[in-house]
Unconditional design. Structure first.
Length: 178
């Protein structure tokens, strides 16, 4: 990554291209300035040894179908979110405790522990109860929807033709994307 201004490589005064975004960095008395970055998706900035790291919103996707997990992950990453995947309930709970996400997208039908149980456990624990949980599932009956909302889910989205659009709208309402 070559600086567009001085031609150097990763010098403390340089600006460089990373992941297609121009990041211009100033150290010293001037504030750190980033161009081409959606500030709503940046939750932290750290700088050391001439390198700047941006920490983006972290989403934990708990989905047992690898195919669906890949599709959902790609969609969430396309709107600028960082996504981790867990493939069952217990793995999802461990992932939350290892690194607290900003959002959880949770399937209902999971091996080991269903999504309702995972949601209830997370909403009962003081350290995780404020994490927004969106249940995204094939179970779209009124009873399942009520069970999901009673378990503490912030939204319950059936996996249908409109699921992606509904998920994006929900993320906008939560202020996670523009």
């Amino acid at each position: 990554m070559k600086c567009w201004r001085c031609g150097g490589f990763r010098q403390p005064c340089c600006a460089w291209f990373e992941n297609g975004l121009k990041i211009r960095v100033f150290f010293g008395e001037s504030p750190v300035l980033f161009r081409g970055i959606d500030y709503n998706k940046v939750k932290g900035i750290s700088a050391s040894d001439g390198e700047v790291r941006l920490n983006f919103m972290d989403v934990l996707l708990i989905e047992d179908s690898k195919t669906q997990a890949t599709q959902i992950k790609a969609m969430l990453e396309s709107v600028g979110l960082q996504v981790r995947v867990a493939y069952d309930g217990p793995e999802g709970l461990r992932a939350v405790l290892e690194q607290r996400p900003d959002l959880i997208v949770l399937d209902v039908k999971l091996p080991g522990m269903d999504g309702f149980q995972v949601c209830r456990r997370l909403k009962r624990a003081p350290e995780t109860q404020t994490i927004p949980i969106i249940m995204l599932t094939e179970r779209d009956g009124a009873q399942e929807t009520m069970s999901g909302l009673q378990a503490g889910a912030d939204d319950y989205i059936p996996k249908d033709i409109f699921a992606t659009e509904h998920l994006v709208n929900t993320l906008q309402e939560l202020g996670l994307i523009n």
